[in-house]
Design a protein around this ligand. Structure first.
Ligand code: DX5
Ligand code: ZN
Length: 231
């Protein structure tokens, strides 16, 4: 084991995870400190390889730099075609949770095994048009399921209304498993859409532009949390 995850198991509380994709990168350190002292629960870091999604973002050196400066659990979302290539370096960099996409090319069961071996919490994500039923054979290995409520690749998109049905179906799968698995929703979350996600069964909310593009990011975190009372 090379890592000792700081991320707690699902506990019925709502977690808010600001996504640094929308942060001002010139002032990344200050932006992170502001949300850390302002009530964020985790920090969401989007990793894009230019293949799985038509965009590039951060590498493991960014995770490593953040790990040295913040105590927030690092929620790392791997939007990459070949997660097996990257798990080790992101675990070493200090990721507390590594989420892989079920639509990726690699064997997902193998990826989850590698993540666990590294001492990191495991997550699997589904895109908006992916059948949540595909998650069923994996639930025993999961700490988190991430439902994408936009097509991944870019911040600032609108929450897709059909996500509510996806979230409900994933909540059913988690209930049936009897396990403590977070249900995280990512894409277009703001104080208006957060209640829709939580009512459908989410207990972790990623928000990029609604927090980092707000005039007052701390107020935005509060508003998202208030709009989404605990389930
Ligand atoms: C999108 C990313 C998201 C993104 C969300 O592909 O996975 O984490 O940062 O951004 P907003 O909250 O602006 O939709
Ligand atoms: Zn994300």
């Amino acid at each position: 084991m090379i890592n000792s995850s700081k991320m707690p198991a699902a506990n019925g509380k709502i977690s808010v995870a600001p996504s640094i994709l929308s942060a001002d990168l010139w002032n990344l350190g200050e932006a992170v400190k502001q949300v850390e002292t302002g009530g964020a629960d985790w920090l969401h870091i989007d990793i894009m390889d230019g293949h799985f999604v038509p965009n590039l973002s951060f590498g493991s050196s960014v995770v490593s730099a953040l790990n040295r400066k913040t105590d927030l659990p690092l929620d790392v979302h791997l939007m990459v075609e070949e997660p097996l290539l990257f798990i080790d370096s992101f675990a070493k960099a200090g990721a507390d949770l590594l989420t892989v996409h079920i639509e990726a090319k690699d064997d997902i069961a193998e990826a989850l095994e590698l993540i666990k071996k590294a001492g990191v919490k495991t997550g699997v994500s589904i895109k908006p048009n992916t059948d949540p039923g595909l998650l069923e054979p994996l639930v025993e290995e999961l700490d988190l399921i991430l439902v994408m409520s936009v097509y991944p690749g870019f911040g600032g998109q609108h929450f897709l209304p059909e996500s509510e049905e996806q979230i409900k179906r994933v909540r059913e799968i988690i209930k049936r498993s009897g396990r403590k698995i977070w249900l995280e929703v990512d894409g277009g979350i703001n104080p208006q859409t957060a209640p829709l996600a939580v009512q459908a069964g989410a207990d972790a909310l990623v928000a990029g532009s609604a927090i980092f593009k707000a005039a007052d990011p701390v107020l935005a975190i509060k508003q998202i949390r208030q709009a989404a009372p605990e389930i």
